[in-house]
Design a protein around this ligand. Structure first.
Ligand code: UTP
Length: 294
């Protein structure tokens, strides 16, 4: 029996340089998609996948994240006094949803380094990692899809997505063989190797790793063992490659649509699609877009 995954780690200490100047004094994770900050989409995905213990890795200038998940007495008092029950419920929900802990990454030394900071809090058990700038729209939460594979095989699982050749050099890419699971061969893979940001010609496949992982605790030793890689940062992909020497890693081509909301164009696409799907905004927004006649 594999151990149950109880905790999700949210690395949120990056500098967000692709979104400057918006991210100069404001965390990227707090940019709103319609009316909810990016990180809340990830937190809700974790909750819907059965995980309520959230560990956020923060850095300098990230206090808005802590405030967002805290109780705001003054605001609640005013909303109560004005009889704005719906809004009161909205702001309360956020702080009531989860059990949250924070750990600090003093310098942005890479995603692997950020994950390592969660070691004391996570302890010796498997855990999830969610990069909240990858926003995923799916029927079954992406994390839940990965957890089902983890529960079956008791191994690490990374979320995979097919990426066109001209974009592949922006990702960690796997060399992997398909695995027949529940009679289906087209979603699950056993990872043989992986490369961080390969040239299009050297990429071992078109399957890229995106920001959802289920990791066994041995990953912490692997992160410690690897040297800084691309960009002088401690890369999680390098640690996964190290882990692969002794432990299996599965890749799951998840069902759903992923938006790279840490990138300006990806963020705009996500905003449009999420707004169109909203009951309260969708119709009037659709009409507005139609009238633009572009
Ligand atoms: P990104 O690769 O998107 O980097 O990190 P970034 O610094 O946030 O943004 P850009 O590329 O400069 O625009 C992926 C995730 O890993 C976290 C980020 O906060 C993001 O959630 N991260 C990255 C850390 O927590 N620490 C790091 O040192 C690097």
């Amino acid at each position: 029996m594999s151990k149950k995954v109880r905790k999700a780690v949210f690395p949120a200490a990056g500098l967000g340089t692709r979104f400057l100047p918006a991210t100069k004094a404001q965390p990227k994770e707090m940019l709103p998609l319609v009316d909810k900050p990016l990180i809340q989409y990830g937190v809700e995905e974790a909750i819907q996948s059965g995980i309520k213990n959230i560990v956020v890795v923060t850095g300098r200038g990230k206090s808005a994240i802590e405030d967002h998940f805290d109780v705001n007495f003054e605001l609640e008092y005013i909303l109560q006094a004005k009889g704005k029950k719906d809004l009161l419920q909205l702001v309360r929900e956020v702080s009531e949803m989860i059990d949250i802990a924070y750990v600090r990454q003093k310098e942005a030394l890479g995603l692997g380094h950020a994950v390592l900071r969660s070691r004391e809090i996570v302890g010796h058990e498997p855990f999830a990692v969610v990069l909240s700038d990858d926003v995923i729209d799916s029927e079954v939460p992406c994390l839940r899809q990965l957890l089902d594979i983890h529960d079956f095989f008791g191994a690490s699982v990374v979320a995979l997505m097919e990426v066109p050749k001209e974009q592949i050099s922006a990702y960690g890419v796997v060399d992997a063989e398909p695995v027949d699971h529940n009679g289906a061969k087209n979603r699950l893979y056993r990872v043989r190797n992986m490369v961080e940001k390969p040239n299009a010609e050297d990429a071992p496949s078109n399957l890229a790793i995106i920001g959802r992982y289920i990791l066994v605790p041995e990953i912490y030793q692997s992160i410690e063992a690897v040297e800084p890689g691309a960009g002088g940062e401690i890369q999680l992909t390098d640690a996964l490659k190290h882990l692969l020497r002794n432990r299996p890693i599965y890749g799951y081509r998840f069902e759903g649509k992923r938006f790279d909301a840490g990138d300006k164009l990806g963020f705009l696409k996500a905003t449009v699609e999420f707004a169109l799907r909203r009951k309260d905004l969708g119709d009037s927004f659709r009409e507005y877009l139609r009238n633009l006649k572009i």
